[in-house]
Design a protein around this ligand. Sequence first.
Ligand SMILES: Nc1nc2c(ncn2[C@@H]2O[C@H](COP(=O)(O)OP(=O)(O)OP(=O)(O)O)[C@@H](O)[C@H]2O)c(=O)[nH]1
Ligand SMILES: [Zn+2]
Length: 370
Amino acid sequence: MSFSSLSCSSHPLTRYGWDEGWETEFAAYVAAGLLPGRVVRVDRGLCDVVTPVGTVRADTSLVMPPDPMRIVCTGDWAAVDAAGDPRFVRTLLPRRSAFVRSTSSKRSEAQVLATNIDHVVICVSLGGELDLGRLERFLALAMSGAGGDAQPLVVLTKADLVLDVTYLLADAESAAPGVQVLAVSAATGEGIDVLGAVLSGGTAVILGSSGAGKSTLTNALLGSEVQEVQAIRDSDGKGRHTTTTRDLLPLPGSGVIIDTPGLRGVGLWDAGSGLAQLFADIEGLAEECRFQDCAHLAEPGCAVLAALEEGTLAHRRLESYRKLQRENAWIASRTDQRLRAELRRDWKLRSAAGRAMYEQKRGGGHRRLY
Ligand SMILES: Nc1nc2c(ncn2[C@@H]2O[C@H](COP(=O)(O)OP(=O)(O)OP(=O)(O)O)[C@@H](O)[C@H]2O)c(=O)[nH]1
Ligand SMILES: [Zn+2]
C-alpha cells in the first residue's frame, strides 16, 4: 500500500506516535497486507484502531492470550486486517512500556490500563491546601504502575487560585525528588503551553484525585481538537460504527493523552514497589538500623531517628512514608478480603454445579433439600 512508502513525518499515524521504530517493526506485517494502527479504545473483545485509512473496529479474539497482562489495551500498536467483516487484530507489537495496576496480594491479578506510555502526569489541585501526602501517594502509584521508560511529571492545577506559586512549587519539588513540577491553570491558560511542549510527541496518562482538574486540563490541552475527535467516523463511511468516545486522544501538534475509566480510579490501589522508590532515602537509612525489623520508633541504633535528629530527614517525610505504608497494608487486606469472598462464591457455584451434575448422572429428577 502507498502509505508504507511515506516517510515518518508525513505518515498519517505520526500524530498518534508513529516513529521509525514502529515503522521497522510493522514492515513485515504491512508487506503481508495488514494495516498498522494504534488501539484507541477496547471494549469487550472488540477494539477501535486508528490506521492510515481511518478508525476501524476489530475483533481481538485471535490475539487473546491466557496472560491478562498481554490482553489488547488502549495504547497498543496492532496489525489488523485491511478488510473483512469482521476484521481481526492479527498481532500486537511488543510494548515499550505499560501502566499496570498491581496489588500486593499474590492471588490477585495485575491489570494493564494503558500501554506505550512516556509520561505519567500527576495532577494536584492548588484549590485547597497543597496536599503533599496525596502527591506522594500518586507518585508512588506512578512509579510502581509505570513500566519501561515512562516518566512521572507533577502538575499543580488551578494555579489561578493562589497569588504566588513559588513556594508551592518548591514544596512539591521537595516531595518529588528528581521529578519535574509545573504549575498550570486551565482557567487562565497559564503553563498550558509549557505542559503541551513537555508532552509533545509522546503518550501521556493523567492521574489525580477526583476534582483535581484532570478533565478540564485534558480539554485545555486538546483545545480545538475535542470537536474533531468526536466527529471521526469509520473509514468505510457506512456510519455503522461512529466513534463517540475514545480513550486515546491526539494533542494538537503531536502526542496523545490516554484517559481510560480504569486510570480514573487509580488512587485506590496499592502503591507497592513505588513506595520504596519514592522513599529510597528512608529505605536506605533503614538498612543502616541496628535491628532488621526496626520500626524507627525508639529503638537503639536507629539510623532513621538519627537522621531526624540531625535534620537530614524531615519529620513530614517520615510521617508520609508511614501513612502511605499503613494505607497500603489496609488496601492489601481489603483486596484479600474481596478475593476470599470471590473465591468462596466461585467455590459455591462450582459445588452447586457439581451437585447438579451428580444428580443428573444418578438420573434422579428430584431435588434434594439442603
Ligand atoms: N479556578 C480553577 N478551577 C478549575 C481549574 N481547572 C478545573 N477547575 C475546576 O475544578 C473542578 C473539577 O475539575 P475537573 O476537571 O472536573 O476535575 P477531575 O479531576 O476531572 O475530576 P473527576 O472527573 O471527578 O476525576 C471543576 O469545577 C473545574 O471547573 C482551573 O484551572 N482553575
Ligand atoms: Zn530504625
